[in-house]
Design a protein around this ligand. Structure first.
Ligand SMILES: [Fe+2]
Length: 180
């Protein structure tokens, strides 16, 4: 189950509606799309063929098209992290450094789970996401990413341009993307 944990107080929010409402106020979109529609092999397999990746994306075509139209995203792909990922430890070390992006970070969790700590003023809120959850961390929001004890996550990633993924570690650096 998705949950929010406030690091300063230890307060936990587990109610889906409250999670959505709190995150919305911070400009973070959270939706539950569910994974009931996916056959088991697309969930458990972490070495997907291009055809299987397309099958997953096609299963969420309606939701993805709505989101893309609304937010101006143009493309999507599948990204996985698991023990089979080469250089997993190095990648995780990079992901867990505080950063922001010039574009939104959009992830729909197909399988597995993870934590997006997001900085809200002086507070850090751990957003626990799991299979079926969509999260949109807005451009400019300071955040990082960690795997939890499951040590794996498979996501649909939605984006405007791969250039927007670049992690900007310096809090004061705002723009770096060409406008064309
Ligand atoms: Fe990020």
């Amino acid at each position: 189950m998705a949950k929010l944990v406030f690091r300063s107080s230890g307060k936990v929010i587990q109610d889906e509606k409250q999670i959505k409402e709190f995150l919305e106020k911070q400009g973070v979109l959270y939706e539950k799309w569910g994974v009931e529609r996916l056959p088991e092999h697309l969930k458990t397999n972490y070495q997907l063929s291009p055809e299987e990746q397309k099958e997953i994306i096609d299963a969420y075509k309606e939701e993805l098209e709505t989101l893309k139209k609304e937010k101006g995203y143009v493309a999507e792909d599948i990204v996985v992290l698991s023990e089979q990922t080469p250089n997993l430890e190095n990648l995780l070390q990079m992901f867990k450094k505080e950063h922001h992006h010039v574009d939104d970070e959009v992830r729909f969790v197909v399988d597995g789970s993870g934590i997006f700590p997001i900085k809200i003023g002086d507070e850090v809120v751990d957003v626990y996401v799991e299979a079926g959850d969509l999260i949109v961390v807005p451009a400019g929001a300071r955040h990082w990413f960690e795997l939890d004890e499951n040590r794996k996550i498979k996501c649909i990633r939605v984006f405007k341009s791969p250039a927007g993924w670049e992690a900007i570690y310096d809090e004061n650096e705002t723009a770096s993307m060409p406008l064309d």
